[in-house]
Ligand binder design. Structure first.
Ligand code: DNO
Length: 358
């Protein structure tokens, strides 16, 4: 396991590489070229420059989150191959620079969805939270504007203004795309990029849908164990793998997270490890990482990753906003640093217990 932190790149993050380097055990970052819209090619020079900046700070790029997939590919429009070609060029630029992990998602229109970006907790910290009632009573455009207005001036990942400037048209374009079509378009995309992934040893790690059910009437296809295993079978190659994201799969309490890890052995390329606190079906908030603060047994999940020989990057995920930090909701330094150290504590204990045959 390699402990990492997500970093949005120069100009987009309140957290610096120097700060990240001082978190015990964190050796790398998961980053991106945040300004390049989905569908555009990533120039190799830009990748090289990003790598230089990260390495000069004494860290390593362990993966990209995300190279976003253009909606034409998800919808399966007649011009999708043009966008797939651009995606392949971006993979080549990454491969040439020795970067071999790409996280992406296949969610229509919206990426992850939360209804409150700063829910106050009794201890004064604020967290991201979700309440299905809000989604059921709001129209998508208002929801998008509300998310952007509450992001403390930061561009939130998956809510980039240029992508979502035309929410209505996008909904129209998806009107004939059901979950089966969306799944087939995902398979088409993965098969098309396969030779490039294999040439450079690039691992594609799909991010599960968040929340793990359809929102605003849009289909969602990566929602739990059966869906994940179906995707592995459909393109049965090691490059086709998963970002095991606890906060996304865990939105549905019926998902057994440790079991998903064990069933996906060898195909988890990247892990987002964090906790959620469930209050009722469809009502939850993003707790601190600690087992005792949320609904998940963090030990069981970390143990499953350990037992299955997971060697890829882990990152703590959305943190609470604490200690007066001014940051992008979910992506401050302090609580994610606490998460990173906690996960490493669990890992060390499991390692030692195993070595002693306990
Ligand atoms: C939210 C993130 C997602 C994730 C994408 C991957 O904070 O977990 O935006 O990065 O879905 O493409």
């Amino acid at each position: 396991m390699k402990m990492t932190l997500r970093w949005y790149g120069p100009g987009y993050d309140s957290v610096t590489l120097e700060q990240i380097r001082q978190i015990p055990g964190v050796t790398g970052v998961i980053t991106t070229l945040y300004d390049i819209p989905a569908g555009e090619e990533w120039p190799r020079e830009r990748v090289k420059e990003l790598k230089r900046i990260v390495e000069e700070a004494g860290l390593k790029i362990e993966g990209i989150e995300s190279v976003n997939v253009h909606d034409a590919i998800k919808i399966g429009t007649p011009d999708r191959d043009k966008y797939i070609d651009a995606y392949i060029k971006s993979l080549e630029a990454l491969g040439e620079e020795g970067i071999d992990l790409v996280c992406y998602n296949f969610m229509p229109v919206f990426d992850w969805t939360r209804t409150d970006l700063a829910k106050m907790r009794p201890d004064g910290s604020t967290v991201l939270a979700y309440d299905q009632k809000v989604v059921d009573t709001i129209d998508p455009q208002t929801f998008f504007n509300q998310t952007n207005d509450n992001s403390n001036g930061f561009v939130m990942p998956g809510w980039e203004p240029e992508r979502l400037a035309h929410v209505k048209e996008l909904f129209e374009a998806y009107k004939d795309v059901d979950s089966e079509k969306l799944f087939n378009n995902l398979v088409y995309f993965l098969e098309a990029i396969g030779p490039t992934c294999e040439k450079y040893g690039i691992k594609m790690a799909i991010h599960p849908d968040d929340p793990a059910w359809p929102v605003f009437g849009l289909p969602r296809i990566i929602t739990g164990k059966e869906a994940i295993l179906k995707l592995f079978r459909a393109v049965d190659k090691p490059y086709n793998g998963l970002t095991f994201c606890m906060g996304s799969l865990g939105t549905n309490p019926k998902n057994d997270l440790a079991d998903i890890v064990r069933s996906s052995e060898g195909r988890i390329h990247f892990a987002h490890v964090r906790n959620l606190h469930h209050y009722a079906p469809g009502v939850f908030e993003e707790a601190a990482h600690l087992s005792s603060d949320g609904s998940f047994d963090m030990y069981e999940v970390v143990k499953a990753l350990h037992d299955t020989g997971f060697e890829g990057p882990i990152r703590p995920d959305h943190g609470r906003t604490i200690w007066g930090e001014k940051c992008m909701p979910g992506y401050g330094l302090y609580d994610r640093a606490l998460g990173a150290v906690y996960i490493q504590g669990l890992w060390e204990a499991i390692d030692k217990a195993e070595a002693r045959g306990v």
